[in-house]
Design a protein around this ligand. Structure first.
Ligand code: NAD
Length: 358
């Protein structure tokens, strides 16, 4: 039984309802923290959590808390993760983990010295469709990767931006690429490997905000495959869609916007022989619970056995490196090659493409 303090009662509520409460034998929500008294009381009452605090430092002093689960706005993550690691806790933190590669490298160094580890959230990986596709790719059945297309077509209105930290450059380091499409972009690199070069263009067309809400990008992956990304927050029908063409198989995700990884994924095999091998591989698939429930189940197993975390700082770093390259490209109007090294102008954070003078 691992004892958790959830910090931040926005998406933190989903961590409780869709994660911890589904595993009452594995986790107990020991404390809740939020600086907003109203949010704190509402969520603590809803889930009957007795211990409540408005102070993050007080959470760090609770010696009967094993895991600090950080669900606060992104600009706070870096300091709060460092604080929780220094206090000897295990740490979970929402996406985007931080807003600069320099920060994530500092976190990687801090984690090496700490008793606890950091698990970033990428709950979209937990769906049976994408998990089966991953098994087929990792088992070598898919063959040479050719091309992926990824659509993140969601909808955000003025109401969403009433939350003061959203849409403002100082408190939100990026828009649709960093805050929304990050999940689907993580899935494509999870299945097709890392990008070697990117060319991106961004625009703010849907809401009067300081960050981008539309983006397109073309990628060449390290293995030579191509990928096209398209993301908007102005789609009247919300969908997420991934389509990945490999030599022996084409995958099509379902289009449920916030859970594209779930079943069913369409799998088109190049031949009856491949189809039979895929059927064999799929028969060995063990169903996972979806989203937070699935990630937290895998997390519990890793904590208990000491095995590698299901999502690691290295995964968050790869995701942030791609985002950094995309923003740098959009700002510079140029092709950007990866990796992004420490002497790269965007290593300490990118310039908002809207503010770039080309
Ligand atoms: N994985 C996902 O699908 C997903 C979905 C939504 C949000 N998120 C991420 O979760 C994070 C939070 O987003 P949200 O939508 O829940 O925001 P939110 O504004 O709805 O909730 C954040 C909460 O944190 C509280 N807070 C702010 N500063 C605090 C502090 N110093 N200590 C304690 N509490 C503090 C706020 O009062 C607020 O209640 C962001 O990084 C966001 O990108 C992830």
């Amino acid at each position: 039984m691992w004892r958790v303090a959830v910090v931040g009662c926005g998406v933190g509520r989903n961590h409780i309802a869709q994660g911890y409460l589904r595993h009452p034998d594995k986790f107990r929500v020991q404390a809740l923290c939020d600086i907003d008294e109203g949010a704190l009381t509402a969520i603590a009452d809803e889930f009957a959590v007795a211990r409540r605090t408005r102070s993050f430092d007080e959470v760090l002093r609770m010696d009967d808390v094993d895991i600090v689960d950080i669900c606060t706005p992104a600009a706070l993550h870096f300091r709060q993760i460092l604080g929780a690691l220094s206090a000897g806790r295990e740490v979970i933190c929402e996406k985007p983990l931080v807003g600069a590669l320099a920060e994530i490298d500092e976190l990687i160094a801090a984690e090496k010295e700490a008793a606890g580890r950091v698990m970033p959230i990428f709950q979209y990986r937990y769906g049976n469709g994408v998990q089966k596709a991953k098994r087929i790719v990792d088992g070598g059945l898919a063959g040479k990767p050719y091309l992926a297309t990824v659509e993140t077509a969601w909808k955000r209105t003025a109401e969403y931006y009433q939350t003061p930290w959203r849409g403002r450059r100082q408190t939100e380091p990026g828009g649709v690429l960093l805050m929304h499409a990050i999940h689907n972009h993580d899935l494509v690199t999870w299945l097709m490997g890392p990008a070697a070069s990117v060319f991106a263009q961004t625009a703010t067309r849907v809401n009067p905000v300081e960050v981008e809400d539309c983006a397109v990008a073309s990628l060449v992956m390290r293995n030579g495959a191509l990928a096209a990304l398209a993301a908007t927050l102005g789609s009247q029908r919300e969908i997420s869609r991934l389509r990945l063409c490999f030599e022996h198989v084409t995958f099509e995700s379902r289009t449920v916007p916030y859970s594209p990884g779930g079943d069913p994924w369409e799998i088109f095999a190049a031949s009856p022989e491949t189809e039979a091998r895929i059927a064999d591989a799929s028969a060995g698939h063990r169903a996972v619970p979806s989203r937070y429930e699935g990630q937290f189940a895998a997390y519990h197993s890793a904590l208990t056995t000491g095995a590698a975390l299901p999502v690691s700082l290295a995964d968050a770093r790869a995701s942030l490196e791609l985002a950094t390259a995309l923003y740098h490209s959009a700002g510079a109007g140029a092709l950007v090659t990866l990796p992004i090294a420490a002497d790269h102008p965007s290593y300490h954070g990118w310039t908002n493409p809207k503010d770039s003078v080309r």
